[in-house]
Write a protein that binds this ligand. Structure first.
Ligand SMILES: *[C@@H]1O[C@H](CO)[C@@H](O)[C@H](O)[C@H]1NC(C)=O
Length: 486
């Protein structure tokens, strides 16, 4: 087992074109109390070992769940030709080709390489049979003995949830005669994907569906037909502004559709990079989109007005606006009112809100803020709506949460060109001190919790509340003010 997934110092950079590993080492101990420093350095090697298996667990359990519970060709699509049945002619197709990307590995993010296939030629989608018929006279392709390739097209390779994802078959057939007749013909490519899994958690809505869809289709400028399986009307409604921005055509409910839809090009599954981290990648992100591009897309789709935070200073007299996202379940900020009062005192105009089902409404609130403050959790995903240059302030609960704090929210903030400030709570500021004695490993060696796996983490670390020490916290707010002026 490799133990170097996150450690830049212990592994030379990979071959050119490969992405840099996330930096655990660099983050360790930055804001942790000094007295732990030595232990942290000593614990570092152990941390590296632990985080690999820890990350593997994330392949099974969602990191932010509250309960414990091919090579992409850059070839443009063949020119659109009129291919109406009434012409009495078969449409002409590009030569059949299929490429599937299914064995990719991203060691730190093992769930981040879901299979995806891209087909060019005569593609006939029969949702009723959950099948994409692919006219492929040569029979060449990644097919089994029956000429089939089966994929569950949810963009997170996660054994825990995949059984709930509709399985779609690509069936290689030797000629159009043995494929179902087209009842509708499209001049744009098809993209078939699932919205099962962890959707309705806002982190996963983005990481498992919307960002992958963006990576797969944004370059098509709306000229793409989406077919959604595990169709959830409420989810589709919630994200309609984004779906409409990506596709100019009405979404097809793959679970209910009776017609046979024909295309010259199609995708089964979506390209996915990491979670809220996307980087240039020859197969996963061939168009080199960045999170800044994603922000721009979201702002346009939701009509968010602010690309930059307000100009501050004596001339404008404007107060910096701060949105505090309140959590009501786990990881509550117990003295939120006091924190808000301190922020007001320092000159922020503070709003407190809870993220809800109204994505556009909340996006507007976030976009109006210069600073977003929240305790670690899916709500921090809302940073995607901040204006570029705004500040994210993450309160990280007790328990050596560096890897998660950095990789789920800190690095994405930097990638979106936000200013990022993190505050690690001390053992005095967590409700864990009411549950465990100070000599317990929860305080002496929190990595031991990580070593036990996700259930222990979910049970201990994820369920604490925090009460920040205002004296200790205040310098971080000053840092935020500085960042806004910088
Ligand atoms: C994407 O970035 C890589 C280097 O990271 C570069 O070689 C490639 O040409 C870029 N592709 C596009 C489409 O800009």
């Amino acid at each position: 087992m490799s133990s170097t997934a996150y450690a830049r110092p212990s592994k030379p950079p990979g071959p050119a074109g490969e992405r840099a590993p996330a930096r655990l080492g660099k983050e360790v101990g930055r804001i942790e109390p000094r007295k732990l420093g030595v232990g942290l350095v000593a614990g570092c090697c152990f941390a590296l070992l632990t985080y690999v298996s820890f990350a593997r667990l994330f392949a099974i359990y969602s990191p932010v769940f509250e309960s414990t519970s091919m090579v992409m060709s850059n070839v443009p699509p063949p020119p659109a030709k009129q291919s109406k049945a009434e012409d009495g002619k078969e449409p002409s197709f590009a030569e059949a080709s299929i490429t599937c990307d299914e064995n990719g590995v991203d060691e730190g993010f093992p769930y981040a390489r879901p299979p995806v296939c891209e087909l060019t030629g005569d593609v006939r989608i029969s949702p009723k049979e959950k099948t994409m018929f692919f006219v492929n006279p040569s029979g060449v392709g990644p097919f089994d003995g029956r000429g089939e390739k089966k994929i569950r097209p949810y963009a997170r390779k996660d054994d825990f949830l995949l059984p709930g994802v509709v399985e779609v078959t690509i069936k290689s057939v030797s000629s159009p005669a043995v494929a179902p007749a087209c009842t509708r013909t499209h001049n744009v490519p098809a993209v078939v994907f699932s919205v099962a899994g962890y959707t309705d958690n806002f982190f996963h809505d983005n990481t498992d569906v919307i960002i992958p869809l963006f990576l797969t289709t944004a370059h098509l400028a709306g000229e793409v037909q989406l077919l959604i399986t595990n169709f959830k009307p409420s989810w589709v409604r919630k994200f309609t502004p984004l779906l409409k921005k990506l596709s100019s055509y009405e979404v097809i409910d793959f679970d209910k559709e009776d017609e046979v839809h024909c295309f010259r090009r199609g995708h089964l599954g979506l390209y996915r990079d990491r979670d809220l981290i996307i980087s240039p990648h020859p197969t996963r992100n061939p168009r080199n989109y960045s999170m800044v591009d994603y922000n721009r897309f979201l702002r346009r789709a939701f009509g968010l007005p602010r690309d930059n935070p307000a100009a501050l200073g004596e001339t404008t007299g404007a107060k910096p606006t701060m949105l505090i996202i309140e959590r009501k379940g786990t990881r509550k900020l117990l003295n939120l009112r006091d924190v808000a009062a301190l922020c007001e005192q320092l000159g922020f105009a503070v709003t407190v809100a809870e993220a809800g089902a109204d994505v556009r409404g909340f996006a507007e609130k976030v976009n109006a803020a210069d600073v977003l403050l929240a305790v670690h959790g899916a709500g921090l995903t809302n940073q995607i709506f901040l204006p570029t240059g705004a500040v994210l302030l993450q309160i990280v609960p007790w328990g050596k949460m560096d890897w998660m704090a950095t990789n789920f929210y800190g690095q994405p903030a930097r990638d979106m060109r936000l200013r990022y400030v993190e505050y690690y709570v001390s053992e005095e500021e967590t409700t864990l001190k009411d549950k465990y004695p100070r000599d317990h490993y929860v305080f002496k060696n929190p990595l031991a919790i990580h070593a036990q796996g996700w259930p222990a983490l979910a049970d201990i670390v994820m369920k604490q509340d925090v009460m920040v020490d205002l004296t200790r916290f205040k310098p971080f707010l000053l840092k935020v003010l500085d960042a806004l002026q910088g």
